[in-house]
Write a protein that binds this ligand. Structure first.
Ligand SMILES: [Zn+2]
Length: 349
């Protein structure tokens, strides 16, 4: 009877541990040694086209901007009504050449008669007050119901006059419709945004009435129905996981721009594809951060866009976006100039 020891090599390649370590406590430190560049200032003056400054002190933000070469920030105010006008004024008074404001769609009286006409009049008033765009958020399509209790579709015909008016007035409409693909999937061990969704359970749209594909299809029909209106699809059109789709979208709709706000995690984990995407669509991509304006946050963006550094932390909110690191895109200067500033200037004129 043979009583052989298991083969040493087979034992080595089949060993596996059942590990009992809290995921929240797991913080592996990379042992990689590769070149690191700490970009203090943007290589060219940059316009942050997607930020939210309502809670910030303008003078403190200006100090950060001066230190890292941010020429202007577009504040997407989340205030409506008189509070929105006060916010426009606050940043205009602080530095008219350094701040601009995008207005927030006011749904507060959606159920009162005449809402859709009022929405058009409100846009006119906001533009008179100096806003450079209108932001429409994902409550449209996910939660807003009309007076009959029906979920409002993104391409609801009643909103068409609003989109037409934006075109007439020459201000872009920014859409943030839907969210990362993983937010529409069950929160289980296969979900790549598990920790983030655990920190923000209300960010999960698993089981939403309209699927993510349907929400984006509604939005994309709006781009097609209003060719005279310029649109900005925020967050890489909500599909940075699939840049081939975003590329097709940009080709199909010449009236469309995308911003990269809060999506460096997605872009930076596919550096070959993302670099091609930036080069191919250099005149349609807007630098935007969607994060609290701090030096380190901006510097990580510059490192991502400008250097070929490998495997570093992406700029993020506290709960992070996924357990991975990013790679720099090392974009050519002419692409950087367009993305940092020139494309935004097209939309601001
Ligand atoms: Zn935002």
């Amino acid at each position: 009877m043979s009583h052989e020891e298991p083969d040493k090599f087979i034992a080595l390649v089949t060993a596996k541990a059942e590990v009992d370590l809290r995921l929240s406590d797991f913080e592996p430190r990379s042992m990689l040694v590769t070149p690191e560049h700490h970009t203090e200032r943007a290589r060219f003056p940059a316009i942050d086209y997607h930020n939210h400054l309502d809670a910030q002190e303008p003078s403190a933000v200006l100090r950060v901007m001066d230190e890292c070469n941010i020429e202007r920030i577009i504040n997407i105010t989340m205030r409506v009504g008189d509070e929105a006008l006060a916010m426009i004024e606050r940043f205009h008074r602080a530095a008219p050449n350094r701040f601009s404001t995008i207005g927030w769609m006011d749904w507060s009286d959606l159920h009162a008669p005449g809402f859709f006409i009022r929405a058009v009049e409100r846009l006119e008033r906001l533009v008179e007050q100096g806003v450079c765009g209108l932001k429409i958020w994902k409550d449209l399509g996910l939660s807003l119901r009309d007076v009959n209790g029906e979920l409002l579709q993104v391409d609801d015909e009643r909103l068409a006059p609003l989109f037409e008016k934006a075109g007439e007035l020459g201000v872009p409409v920014m859409f943030h419709i839907a969210d990362p693909d993983a937010f529409f999937l069950p929160l289980d061990r296969f979900n790549e945004r598990y920790e983030e969704l655990a920190a923000h359970p209300d960010w999960s749209f698993h089981g939403s009435h309209f699927s993510k594909d349907e929400l984006l299809a509604q939005r994309d029909r709006v781009f097609a129905h209003h060719p005279q209106t310029t649109f900005v699809a925020a967050h890489v059109a909500e599909r940075p996981e699939n840049l081939a789709y975003v590329s097709r979208l940009l080709k199909a709709h010449p009236n469309l721009y995308v911003d990269i706000g809060a999506r460096t995690a997605e872009l930076g984990r596919q550096p070959y594809t993302a670099r091609e995407f930036f080069i191919q669509h250099a005149d349609r991509i807007l630098f935007g951060t969607d994060l609290v304006p701090e030096l380190e946050m901006y510097r990580l963006h510059f490192r991502f866009l400008e250097t070929a550094d490998e495997y570093f932390d992406y700029p993020s909110h506290a709960s992070r976006q996924g357990r991975w690191k990013i790679y720099g895109l090392h974009l050519p200067d002419e692409v950087l100039r367009r993305v940092y500033r020139e494309n935004a200037l097209e939309l601001l004129k």
